[in-house]
Design a protein around this ligand. Structure first.
Ligand code: SF4
Ligand code: SF4
Length: 344
Protein backbone atom coordinates (compact mmCIF):
# COMPACT_ATOMS: atom_id res chain seq x y z
CA UNK A 1 0.00 0.00 0.00
CA UNK A 2 1.24 3.47 -0.87
CA UNK A 3 0.15 6.89 0.43
CA UNK A 4 1.17 10.51 0.10
CA UNK A 5 0.71 12.92 3.00
CA UNK A 6 1.29 16.63 2.57
CA UNK A 7 3.39 18.22 5.31
CA UNK A 8 0.46 20.52 6.09
CA UNK A 9 -1.42 17.43 7.27
CA UNK A 10 1.54 16.12 9.31
CA UNK A 11 0.03 17.01 12.67
CA UNK A 12 -3.25 15.22 11.78
CA UNK A 13 -1.24 12.17 10.74
CA UNK A 14 0.63 12.12 14.08
CA UNK A 15 -2.68 12.55 15.97
CA UNK A 16 -4.19 9.62 14.06
CA UNK A 17 -1.19 7.47 15.04
CA UNK A 18 -1.61 8.48 18.69
CA UNK A 19 -5.16 7.15 18.59
CA UNK A 20 -3.75 3.68 17.79
CA UNK A 21 -1.84 3.49 21.09
CA UNK A 22 1.44 4.78 22.54
CA UNK A 23 3.46 6.62 19.92
CA UNK A 24 7.22 7.10 20.12
CA UNK A 25 8.75 9.69 17.81
CA UNK A 26 11.68 12.13 17.52
CA UNK A 27 11.46 15.27 19.67
CA UNK A 28 13.94 18.14 19.74
CA UNK A 29 15.58 18.53 23.17
CA UNK A 30 18.12 21.04 24.43
CA UNK A 31 21.14 19.37 22.85
CA UNK A 32 19.82 16.62 20.63
CA UNK A 33 16.79 15.04 19.02
CA UNK A 34 15.61 11.84 20.72
CA UNK A 35 12.68 9.46 20.70
CA UNK A 36 10.03 10.19 23.33
CA UNK A 37 6.54 8.94 24.14
CA UNK A 38 4.35 11.55 22.43
CA UNK A 39 1.54 13.34 24.25
CA UNK A 40 1.37 16.39 21.96
CA UNK A 41 1.62 15.95 18.15
CA UNK A 42 3.19 19.39 17.67
CA UNK A 43 6.47 18.34 19.36
CA UNK A 44 7.31 15.63 16.79
CA UNK A 45 10.09 16.68 14.42
CA UNK A 46 11.31 15.31 11.12
CA UNK A 47 14.10 17.86 11.02
CA UNK A 48 17.03 15.81 12.29
CA UNK A 49 19.85 13.65 10.98
CA UNK A 50 19.66 10.93 13.64
CA UNK A 51 18.82 10.76 17.31
CA UNK A 52 21.57 10.74 19.98
CA UNK A 53 20.10 7.62 21.62
CA UNK A 54 18.75 4.66 19.71
CA UNK A 55 15.03 3.75 19.86
CA UNK A 56 15.82 0.29 21.31
CA UNK A 57 14.47 1.46 24.71
CA UNK A 58 10.90 0.97 23.38
CA UNK A 59 11.51 -2.81 23.44
CA UNK A 60 14.31 -2.93 25.99
CA UNK A 61 14.03 -0.14 28.61
CA UNK A 62 17.21 1.02 30.42
CA UNK A 63 15.70 -0.18 33.71
CA UNK A 64 12.66 -2.32 34.36
CA UNK A 65 11.10 -4.08 37.37
CA UNK A 66 10.62 -7.80 36.73
CA UNK A 67 9.34 -8.86 40.17
CA UNK A 68 8.20 -6.87 43.19
CA UNK A 69 8.56 -8.48 46.63
CA UNK A 70 8.09 -8.05 50.35
CA UNK A 71 10.31 -9.73 52.91
CA UNK A 72 8.34 -11.39 55.70
CA UNK A 73 9.57 -13.49 58.59
CA UNK A 74 11.86 -16.26 57.20
CA UNK A 75 10.39 -15.86 53.68
CA UNK A 76 9.50 -13.50 50.86
CA UNK A 77 6.25 -12.76 49.05
CA UNK A 78 6.70 -11.86 45.43
CA UNK A 79 4.58 -10.99 42.41
CA UNK A 80 5.78 -10.80 38.81
CA UNK A 81 5.30 -7.40 37.20
CA UNK A 82 3.00 -7.77 34.17
CA UNK A 83 4.69 -6.92 30.88
CA UNK A 84 3.36 -3.67 29.45
CA UNK A 85 3.02 -4.17 25.70
CA UNK A 86 0.04 -2.28 24.25
CA UNK A 87 -0.15 -1.86 20.44
CA UNK A 88 2.39 0.90 19.75
CA UNK A 89 4.05 2.75 16.90
CA UNK A 90 7.62 4.04 16.54
CA UNK A 91 7.71 6.81 13.97
CA UNK A 92 10.81 8.18 12.23
CA UNK A 93 13.29 5.32 12.63
CA UNK A 94 16.35 5.65 10.39
CA UNK A 95 17.13 2.58 8.23
CA UNK A 96 20.23 1.62 10.23
CA UNK A 97 18.18 1.59 13.45
CA UNK A 98 15.33 -0.36 11.84
CA UNK A 99 17.91 -2.95 10.82
CA UNK A 100 19.20 -3.07 14.41
CA UNK A 101 15.83 -4.43 15.59
CA UNK A 102 16.24 -7.44 13.29
CA UNK A 103 19.76 -8.04 14.63
CA UNK A 104 18.53 -7.82 18.23
CA UNK A 105 15.73 -10.28 17.36
CA UNK A 106 18.38 -12.92 16.69
CA UNK A 107 19.60 -12.62 20.26
CA UNK A 108 16.34 -12.04 22.15
CA UNK A 109 14.21 -14.42 20.08
CA UNK A 110 16.55 -16.81 18.30
CA UNK A 111 19.09 -17.95 20.88
CA UNK A 112 17.03 -20.85 22.21
CA UNK A 113 15.36 -18.84 24.99
CA UNK A 114 12.74 -16.29 23.99
CA UNK A 115 12.84 -13.06 25.98
CA UNK A 116 9.12 -12.39 26.66
CA UNK A 117 9.66 -8.67 27.31
CA UNK A 118 11.34 -8.09 23.94
CA UNK A 119 8.97 -10.43 22.08
CA UNK A 120 5.69 -8.98 23.31
CA UNK A 121 6.76 -5.42 22.58
CA UNK A 122 8.19 -6.32 19.17
CA UNK A 123 4.98 -8.17 18.24
CA UNK A 124 2.83 -5.24 19.30
CA UNK A 125 4.84 -2.43 17.72
CA UNK A 126 4.72 -1.08 14.17
CA UNK A 127 7.94 0.52 12.97
CA UNK A 128 7.66 3.47 10.58
CA UNK A 129 11.11 3.90 9.05
CA UNK A 130 12.35 7.26 7.83
CA UNK A 131 14.81 7.25 4.93
CA UNK A 132 17.93 9.40 5.00
CA UNK A 133 17.82 12.07 2.31
CA UNK A 134 20.04 10.70 -0.49
CA UNK A 135 20.74 14.29 -1.65
CA UNK A 136 22.41 15.10 1.70
CA UNK A 137 25.90 13.73 2.44
CA UNK A 138 25.93 11.25 5.35
CA UNK A 139 27.36 12.30 8.71
CA UNK A 140 31.13 11.58 8.61
CA UNK A 141 30.79 9.15 11.54
CA UNK A 142 28.24 6.95 9.74
CA UNK A 143 29.26 3.80 7.95
CA UNK A 144 25.98 1.92 7.50
CA UNK A 145 26.63 1.41 3.78
CA UNK A 146 29.89 -0.42 4.64
CA UNK A 147 27.63 -3.02 6.29
CA UNK A 148 25.25 -3.32 3.33
CA UNK A 149 22.52 -1.00 4.72
CA UNK A 150 21.24 1.63 2.32
CA UNK A 151 20.05 5.22 2.94
CA UNK A 152 16.43 4.36 2.08
CA UNK A 153 16.59 0.69 3.06
CA UNK A 154 13.13 -0.72 3.91
CA UNK A 155 14.58 -3.72 5.84
CA UNK A 156 13.39 -3.75 9.44
CA UNK A 157 10.58 -1.22 8.90
CA UNK A 158 6.89 -2.08 8.62
CA UNK A 159 6.32 1.13 6.65
CA UNK A 160 9.04 3.18 4.98
CA UNK A 161 8.57 6.96 4.91
CA UNK A 162 10.44 9.25 2.51
CA UNK A 163 10.36 13.04 2.85
CA UNK A 164 10.12 14.86 -0.46
CA UNK A 165 10.06 18.67 -0.43
CA UNK A 166 6.42 19.40 0.56
CA UNK A 167 5.15 15.91 1.32
CA UNK A 168 5.78 12.49 2.78
CA UNK A 169 5.67 9.30 0.74
CA UNK A 170 4.79 6.16 2.70
CA UNK A 171 4.86 2.58 1.49
CA UNK A 172 4.06 -0.53 3.50
CA UNK A 173 6.79 -3.15 3.77
CA UNK A 174 5.07 -5.79 5.93
CA UNK A 175 1.49 -6.92 6.57
CA UNK A 176 1.58 -5.11 9.91
CA UNK A 177 2.55 -1.91 8.09
CA UNK A 178 -0.11 -2.47 5.45
CA UNK A 179 -2.81 -2.83 8.13
CA UNK A 180 -1.78 0.42 9.82
CA UNK A 181 -1.45 2.40 6.61
CA UNK A 182 -4.82 1.19 5.34
CA UNK A 183 -6.49 2.67 8.44
CA UNK A 184 -4.99 6.13 8.02
CA UNK A 185 -6.20 8.93 5.78
CA UNK A 186 -5.78 10.01 3.02
CA UNK A 187 -6.96 7.16 0.82
CA UNK A 188 -3.78 6.75 -1.28
CA UNK A 189 -1.12 8.33 -3.47
CA UNK A 190 -0.65 8.82 -7.20
CA UNK A 191 1.31 6.49 -9.48
CA UNK A 192 3.66 9.41 -10.12
CA UNK A 193 4.36 9.77 -6.38
CA UNK A 194 5.01 6.05 -6.12
CA UNK A 195 7.49 6.27 -9.00
CA UNK A 196 9.22 9.13 -7.14
CA UNK A 197 9.37 6.93 -4.03
CA UNK A 198 11.12 4.16 -6.00
CA UNK A 199 13.53 6.64 -7.58
CA UNK A 200 14.57 8.05 -4.20
CA UNK A 201 14.99 4.51 -2.91
CA UNK A 202 17.29 3.75 -5.86
CA UNK A 203 19.28 6.95 -5.24
CA UNK A 204 19.72 5.80 -1.65
CA UNK A 205 21.24 2.54 -2.93
CA UNK A 206 24.05 4.54 -4.55
CA UNK A 207 24.89 6.68 -1.51
CA UNK A 208 28.00 5.55 0.37
CA UNK A 209 28.67 6.58 3.96
CA UNK A 210 32.25 5.21 3.81
CA UNK A 211 33.80 3.27 1.02
CA UNK A 212 34.99 -0.03 2.49
CA UNK A 213 32.53 -2.95 2.28
CA UNK A 214 32.95 -5.01 5.45
CA UNK A 215 32.46 -8.74 4.89
CA UNK A 216 31.18 -10.67 7.93
CA UNK A 217 33.35 -13.79 7.55
CA UNK A 218 36.50 -11.85 6.65
CA UNK A 219 36.41 -9.50 9.66
CA UNK A 220 35.37 -12.31 12.03
CA UNK A 221 38.34 -14.41 10.89
CA UNK A 222 40.77 -11.49 11.08
CA UNK A 223 39.73 -10.49 14.61
CA UNK A 224 40.11 -14.08 15.80
CA UNK A 225 43.59 -14.17 14.24
CA UNK A 226 44.73 -10.99 16.05
CA UNK A 227 42.92 -11.65 19.35
CA UNK A 228 46.23 -12.22 21.19
CA UNK A 229 47.96 -9.30 19.47
CA UNK A 230 48.32 -7.02 22.49
CA UNK A 231 50.06 -4.29 20.46
CA UNK A 232 47.04 -3.89 18.18
CA UNK A 233 44.47 -3.77 20.96
CA UNK A 234 46.49 -1.50 23.24
CA UNK A 235 46.87 0.93 20.33
CA UNK A 236 43.15 0.72 19.45
CA UNK A 237 42.07 1.43 23.05
CA UNK A 238 44.95 3.75 23.99
CA UNK A 239 42.72 6.81 24.60
CA UNK A 240 39.71 4.94 26.02
CA UNK A 241 38.61 6.00 29.51
CA UNK A 242 36.08 3.17 29.94
CA UNK A 243 33.10 5.50 30.29
CA UNK A 244 30.70 3.07 28.55
CA UNK A 245 28.84 5.78 26.59
CA UNK A 246 29.53 3.93 23.33
CA UNK A 247 27.54 0.93 24.55
CA UNK A 248 24.64 2.91 26.00
CA UNK A 249 23.98 4.83 22.76
CA UNK A 250 24.38 1.72 20.61
CA UNK A 251 21.24 0.23 19.01
CA UNK A 252 22.72 -3.29 19.01
CA UNK A 253 24.24 -3.51 22.51
CA UNK A 254 22.02 -5.73 24.62
CA UNK A 255 23.99 -6.62 27.77
CA UNK A 256 22.01 -6.31 30.96
CA UNK A 257 22.34 -7.10 34.63
CA UNK A 258 19.68 -8.21 37.10
CA UNK A 259 19.77 -7.17 40.75
CA UNK A 260 17.48 -6.76 43.75
CA UNK A 261 16.88 -3.34 45.27
CA UNK A 262 15.34 -3.56 48.73
CA UNK A 263 14.31 -0.74 51.05
CA UNK A 264 12.53 -1.31 54.38
CA UNK A 265 11.79 -4.96 53.52
CA UNK A 266 10.19 -4.16 50.18
CA UNK A 267 11.80 -4.08 46.81
CA UNK A 268 12.05 -5.09 43.20
CA UNK A 269 14.14 -7.40 41.09
CA UNK A 270 15.28 -5.16 38.25
CA UNK A 271 16.84 -5.64 34.89
CA UNK A 272 18.98 -2.76 33.66
CA UNK A 273 21.46 -2.03 30.92
CA UNK A 274 25.05 -2.96 31.63
CA UNK A 275 28.18 -2.40 29.55
CA UNK A 276 31.21 -4.55 28.79
CA UNK A 277 33.33 -1.38 28.96
CA UNK A 278 32.78 -1.11 32.74
CA UNK A 279 35.51 -2.41 35.10
CA UNK A 280 33.17 -4.58 37.15
CA UNK A 281 31.22 -6.08 34.23
CA UNK A 282 33.20 -9.32 34.51
CA UNK A 283 34.23 -9.02 38.16
CA UNK A 284 33.72 -12.42 39.76
CA UNK A 285 32.58 -13.07 43.34
CA UNK A 286 36.10 -14.32 44.18
CA UNK A 287 37.50 -10.88 43.32
CA UNK A 288 39.11 -12.18 40.11
CA UNK A 289 38.45 -10.11 37.00
CA UNK A 290 39.29 -11.75 33.66
CA UNK A 291 39.27 -8.36 31.88
CA UNK A 292 40.97 -5.93 34.26
CA UNK A 293 42.53 -3.78 31.52
CA UNK A 294 40.72 -1.32 29.26
CA UNK A 295 42.24 -2.80 26.09
CA UNK A 296 40.79 -6.22 27.05
CA UNK A 297 37.33 -4.71 27.49
CA UNK A 298 37.52 -2.75 24.25
CA UNK A 299 38.70 -5.91 22.47
CA UNK A 300 35.67 -7.71 23.90
CA UNK A 301 33.33 -5.03 22.56
CA UNK A 302 34.76 -5.08 19.04
CA UNK A 303 35.14 -8.87 18.89
CA UNK A 304 31.63 -9.45 20.26
CA UNK A 305 30.11 -7.31 17.51
CA UNK A 306 32.35 -8.31 14.63
CA UNK A 307 33.46 -11.89 15.39
CA UNK A 308 31.48 -13.72 18.11
CA UNK A 309 28.12 -12.44 16.84
CA UNK A 310 28.97 -13.55 13.33
CA UNK A 311 29.83 -17.02 14.59
CA UNK A 312 26.79 -17.35 16.85
CA UNK A 313 24.06 -15.52 14.92
CA UNK A 314 25.43 -15.28 11.38
CA UNK A 315 25.74 -11.49 11.17
CA UNK A 316 27.73 -8.53 12.48
CA UNK A 317 26.09 -6.84 15.46
CA UNK A 318 26.68 -3.27 14.30
CA UNK A 319 24.65 -1.16 11.87
CA UNK A 320 27.16 1.63 11.29
CA UNK A 321 24.90 4.30 12.82
CA UNK A 322 27.97 6.23 14.00
CA UNK A 323 26.49 7.02 17.43
CA UNK A 324 29.39 5.52 19.40
CA UNK A 325 31.81 7.63 17.35
CA UNK A 326 29.85 10.86 17.79
CA UNK A 327 29.41 10.21 21.53
CA UNK A 328 32.94 9.04 22.43
CA UNK A 329 34.67 11.73 24.53
CA UNK A 330 38.09 10.74 23.14
CA UNK A 331 37.08 10.25 19.49
CA UNK A 332 37.56 6.50 19.20
CA UNK A 333 36.19 5.36 15.85
CA UNK A 334 35.11 1.71 15.73
CA UNK A 335 35.07 1.78 11.92
CA UNK A 336 38.76 2.79 11.84
CA UNK A 337 39.57 0.05 14.35
CA UNK A 338 37.87 -2.53 12.12
CA UNK A 339 39.53 -1.08 8.99
CA UNK A 340 42.94 -1.19 10.68
CA UNK A 341 42.33 -4.74 11.90
CA UNK A 342 41.74 -5.81 8.28
CA UNK A 343 45.06 -4.24 7.27
CA UNK A 344 47.05 -5.39 10.34
S1 SF4 B 1 28.89 -0.10 17.40
FE1 SF4 B 1 28.67 2.12 17.04
S2 SF4 B 1 28.25 2.28 14.85
FE2 SF4 B 1 27.90 0.15 15.41
S3 SF4 B 1 25.68 0.04 15.86
FE3 SF4 B 1 26.73 0.43 17.80
S4 SF4 B 1 26.74 2.67 18.03
FE4 SF4 B 1 26.24 2.22 15.88
S1 SF4 C 1 32.85 5.98 24.56
FE1 SF4 C 1 35.02 6.01 23.95
S2 SF4 C 1 36.10 6.36 25.89
FE2 SF4 C 1 34.01 5.74 26.45
S3 SF4 C 1 34.19 3.49 26.72
FE3 SF4 C 1 33.55 3.85 24.59
S4 SF4 C 1 35.48 3.86 23.41
FE4 SF4 C 1 36.03 4.15 25.58
Amino acid sequence: MFKTITLEKWSDFVSALMEKGPLFAPVKGEKSVDFRRIEDPSVVTLDFYNTALSPKFVFFPPSEDLIRYRLVKNAAESVPVPIEAPPSVILGVRPCDAKSFEIMDRHFLGAGVIDPYWKQRRDQTTVIGYAFDPRTPPDPADFYSALGIRAADPAGSDILMIKRDGDLLLKSVTEKGEALLRDLSPAGGSAEDERAFDEILAQGNDLRSRFLEIQDAEIAGKLSAIFEDKAFWEKAAEACIGCGICTFVCPTCYCFDISDETLFNEGARKRFWDACMFTDFTLEASGHNPRPKIFQRYRQKVCHKYAYHVRKYGCISCVGCGRCIRACPVNIDIFSVVENALKW
